[in-house]
Design a protein around this ligand. Structure first.
Ligand SMILES: [Zn+2]
Ligand SMILES: [Zn+2]
Length: 42
């Protein structure tokens, strides 16, 4: 039985720091950034 259980190769996803919150996911008021929804990138 040949079984290939190796996890699929996941290439690094190029992400960009959010231009609104600078990658923190929070805006200047400490609220979830509306631009990236708290993800920190967009
Ligand atoms: Zn942004
Ligand atoms: Zn943001």
């Amino acid at each position: 039985m040949d079984r290939d259980d190796r996890p699929p190769y996941v290439p690094p996803v190029e992400t960009y720091q959010c231009c609104h919150c600078g990658g923190t996911g929070l805006d200047s008021h400490g609220e979830i950034c509306e631009h990236c929804e708290g993800l920190g990138f967009c």
